[in-house]
Design a protein around this ligand. Structure first.
Ligand SMILES: Nc1ncnc2c1ncn2[C@@H]1O[C@H](COP(=O)(O)OP(=O)(O)OP(=O)(O)O)[C@@H](O)[C@H]1O
Ligand SMILES: [Mg+2]
Length: 587
């Protein structure tokens, strides 16, 4: 018999930097300066726990929290939830615990108790709700409500909107075209209301807040949550083990970090399972205990990781827009098994059962939903543990047999380790972010060409927006066959020379010639499709670049920076106030 699922006792560790950030946001707010934050992080990375902890640490501040996925089934639902939660938060901060309820009467009573001046606003909102005539007006009005409460009570108010990307579901209702306009208006309103938006669909969130026509993104500071570093994992697992009375060897925690990549949920689940196994046997958690616990969690029928992976698979297949469920699943399995794998190879492996356009559509959908990551034309799974779970499907059919077969277990772990030996700390996504953040600081400064691998000074663009660009080319218009082209980071600006295409690779090895060729093709297709010319192409190569690739880059006038050079540019711009004079000592 397999042991039962281990209950995961909630506990909060690490994230000191993020908590400090929130302390500082609340301090600024109290001083009348509002800063909005976008908290970005993949599924189960700890966004909600962090927001909970912030609320816990600031128990007497006015902090409203809504999980949008639970309140956007209709504009009325959303309005009621935002009103009730805002008043509840205001009540707490002014020393009164309200049970706001959901009815109009309760709303009016609470508003009166808070401040009679709030009544007319409440009446207006309630009448908009009962009319049901213009949802756009209702949403705009309710988005103003926190500002109204804050103004009337002269109260700093932090509004947390978790799973923010779900807000677009409200657009399914009539006359809600200007939903994002209403959000923007609330963000821009003067006063003491700051917004935190959080979401696990990182790419969707980015697109939402970087919507190019009306850039919301300049209004948000972005706070990115990644997996724990080894000390974070260590803190989590040693807390779990000592609280459950299990003894442990130091390398057990190191091993656990290796296997889980520091993903908080996986670390939590494996540590709890290791504690359970230890208690039932030697009483001590060793490195081997961690291996066994990991395997139980991946293969076992009743396991937290198994359940989570089933949920992930379900979410991945729900991205289904055009009845592509089977194709989506087939693509996921191929990439999990063969990663890093090119689009063309995925297509070759699947073309017997799936049409070309479907395969590309499915890959795009999975990239958009952050299940896959594409760098230099190669696809990888973003979540290493989910990838393993997909691959061991045959083993999961008869868990007991496999778990008692130490050879089979060894094989599975060897395979996994070979695949994920590197690139644990900084995922490609985070690296891309880092370069993106740097690009946002480009304001026409002139810097020494050596930082970009060229002999002349380089004038940085004056940036008006930064984001990803992708072009689907189902008819082979831009190449010799149908393809999808993508550039990681595109800078746009006022003048033609301000347009830059940037490839920020964080891969296992050095940049190859094929990758540079691919980048050139991508940039070409995007410039054609979007009717623009790139002033510069720039490759950031943290793991170096092969000589033939560098030759090609030089011939094509592509700028190339390695990690050291990137760091120097970051250093320069961090201290930069005025544009630097050319060749100012920076070698
Ligand atoms: N700081 C932390 N300390 C301890 N455990 C954590 C921490 N952050 C996350 N975890 C673990 O990861 C799990 C997922 O965290 P949480 O629900 O906050 O993630 P999320 O990013 O909000 O995920 P989702 O996208 O699914 O909403 C927690 O239940 C816990 O097991
Ligand atoms: Mg969450």
């Amino acid at each position: 018999m397999l042991p039962p699922t281990v209950p995961l006792e909630p506990l909060f560790v690490d994230q000191a930097r993020e908590l400090e950030e929130f302390d500082s946001i609340l301090r600024s707010l109290a001083a009348g300066v509002r800063r909005h934050v976008a908290l970005l992080g993949l599924r189960r990375i700890g966004k909600t726990m962090l927001l909970d902890e912030v609320r816990h640490c600031h128990a007497t501040s006015a902090i409203a929290y809504l999980a949008l996925d639970e309140v956007v089934s209709s504009p009325e639902d959303f309005a009621r939830a935002l009103m009730a939660e805002t008043m509840r938060a205001a009540g707490i901060a002014t020393g009164r615990a309200f049970d706001v309820g959901a009815g109009g009467k309760a709303f009016r009573e609470t508003a009166t108790a808070l401040h009679p001046d709030l009544n007319s606003g409440i009446d207006h909102l309630l009448s908009l709700m009962s009319e049901g005539s213009s949802y756009g007006t209702l949403l705009a009005a309710v988005m103003r409500f926190p500002g109204e409460v804050s103004r009337v009570l002269d109260l700093p108010l932090l509004v947390m909107l978790d799973e923010f990307q779900e807000i677009v579901r409200l657009k399914a209702f009539p006359k809600t075209d200007n939903l994002m306009g209403a959000v923007r208006a609330a963000l821009d309103r003067r006063g003491k209301v700051a917004f935190v938006v959080a979401g696990s669909r990182v790419s969707v969130m980015r697109n939402l807040i970087a919507d190019s026509e009306s850039p919301l993104f300049t209004r948000f500071e972005q706070l990115e949550l990644g997996p724990f570093a080894s000390d974070g994992t260590n803190e989590l697992v040693t807390r779990i083990w000592s609280e459950t009375g299990a003894d442990y060897e130091p390398d057990a925690s190191v091993r656990l970090h290796e296997l889980t990549g520091g993903w908080p949920f996986y670390a939590h689940a494996v540590a709890s399972r290791a504690g359970q196994i230890a208690r039932a046997s030697t009483g001590k958690v060793a490195s081997d205990t961690v291996d066994l616990a990991f395997q139980h969690e991946i293969i076992g029928r009743v396991a937290n990781i198994g359940q989570n992976c089933r949920y992930l698979l379900e979410s991945a297949l729900r991205t289904d827009a055009n009845g592509m469920r089977n194709t989506l699943e087939a693509v996921l399995r191929q990439v999990a098994r063969w990663q890093p794998i090119s689009r063309a190879s995925v297509e070759r492996r699947l073309r017997r059962h799936h049409a070309h356009t479907r395969i590309h559509g499915a890959i795009n959908a999975l990239v958009d939903a952050d299940f896959l990551r594409e760098t230099g034309g190669l696809l990888e799974m973003v979540d290493p543990v989910f990838a393993l779970w997909l691959v061991v499907e045959p083993e999961r059919r008869d868990p007991e047999a496999v778990l008692s077969n130490s050879k089979a277990l060894r094989r599975m772990l060897d395979w996994y380790e070979a695949q994920h030996a590197q690139d644990r700390q900084e995922t490609g996504l985070l690296f891309e972010r880092r370069v993106e953040n740097l690009a946002r600081q480009f304001r026409g400064q002139t810097v020494a060409g050596t930082l970009f691998g060229v002999e002349y000074d380089v004038r940085l663009p004056v940036v008006s927006s930064v984001g990803k660009a992708r072009v689907d080319d189902p008819h082979g218009q831009y190449g010799d066959r149908p393809d999808t082209y993508e550039v990681d980071i595109v800078i746009t600006g006022e003048r033609p020379e301000d347009y830059w295409a940037i490839e920020a690779k964080h891969r296992r090895g050095a940049i190859t010639q094929a990758m540079v060729e691919r980048f050139l093709k991508n940039a070409y297709a995007i410039s054609k499709a979007k009717h623009l010319t790139f002033g510069r192409l720039w490759v950031v190569a943290p793991r170096g670049i092969r000589p033939d690739a560098l030759d090609l880059a030089r011939r094509e006038g592509v700028l190339v920076s390695r990690l050291r050079q990137l760091e120097r540019i970051e250093g320069l711009l961090a201290t930069d106030v005025a544009p630097m004079p050319p060749s100012d000592g920076a070698q």
